[in-house]
Write a protein that binds this ligand. Structure first.
Ligand SMILES: O=C(O)CCC(=O)C(=O)O
Ligand SMILES: [Fe+2]
Length: 263
């Protein structure tokens, strides 16, 4: 356990990950918590979201946002606890990231995305493509001169990112390692995803990264991007919190009513 957050271990720092503003931590989520988010995804994705081939024809990518998690709970499709967990785990990741990097300013969540990448049945082990091509999170990297063009305001969730983190939820897949890239586009540090493991880093050109091909199975993670700019605090997340809290309250009221009837 670390001084940063009780129960959370810093597994690798700048030396192991080959970069100043990079950290790998374990223990951010328990197996039970990972399973809750995997279930949330399973139900939501199968019934509601279409998988799309973003970077690789061999992988279907599904994503779920905070408001979608809350809506599924509201519709009674998923347990309120699962939608709650989506919000509390991302908040925990934010607190860890804020504390580890010793930021004096407040850090706001700018966007939260539960993302699973599923290898298509026809995916082969000799694939040479990536699950997520090398990129920086806050700007468009130029791979020749390594300049980075900030994403403009109209680029929605890409705009105004200062820090990034990915909370991995499972390891039942082949391939799918996260990596930081050097300037030869070669992995200089790789991370094997597993439940409760978090990789966090600053979002600029100092941290080019990607995801190796998911050759078999499904790889799920809760990705969060943070901003120092209060104006870009994720609005739908607060709405989701309000919905989840009121669902919880009415469930408790119902329980009290039921108990009264029994007496
Ligand atoms: O899932 C991962 O390991 C990284 C994904 C990523 O870099 C991104 O979505 O920007
Ligand atoms: Fe990224």
């Amino acid at each position: 356990s670390s001084d940063v957050m009780p129960g959370v271990t810093v597994t690798m720092g700048p030396e192991g990950l080959k970069g100043e503003k990079r950290v790998l931590a374990d223990g951010l989520a328990t197996q039970e918590e990972c399973d809750m988010l995997l279930d949330l995804f399973q139900v939501g994705a199968n019934a509601y979201f279409q998988g799309i081939h973003i970077f690789s024809d061999f992988e279907a990518v599904h994503g779920m946002e905070a408001n979608e998690a809350a809506q599924l709970a509201q519709q009674g499709v998923v347990p309120v606890d699962s939608a709650d967990k989506f919000l509390t785990l991302s908040e925990k990741a934010r607190q860890f990231t804020h504390a580890y990097f010793g930021l004096e300013q407040e850090l706001y969540i700018q966007f939260t995305h539960l993302v699973c990448r599923t290898a298509e049945p026809y995916s082969t082990d000799d694939r040479k493509d990536l699950s997520h091509k090398i990129h920086a999170d806050s700007c468009e990297l130029n791979f020749t001169d390594w300049t980075c063009k900030p994403y403009p305001p109209h680029s929605g969730p890409l705009h105004k990112r200062d820090y990034s983190s990915i909370l991995f939820l499972n390891d039942e897949f082949k391939g799918g390692k996260f990596f930081f890239s050097d300037r030869n586009l070669t992995a200089e540090a790789t991370v094997q995803p597993r439940c409760g493991r978090l990789v966090a880093f600053s979002s600029g050109p100092e941290n080019p990264h990607g995801v190796q091909a998911v050759l078999q199975g499904r790889r799920c993670a809760l990705a969060m991007w943070y901003t120092l700019d209060k104006q870009h605090d994720e609005r739908i997340r607060h709405e989701a919190r309000t919905i989840v809290d009121s669902l919880r309250e009415s469930a408790e009221l119902q329980e009290q009513e039921d108990q009264k009837k029994e007496l």
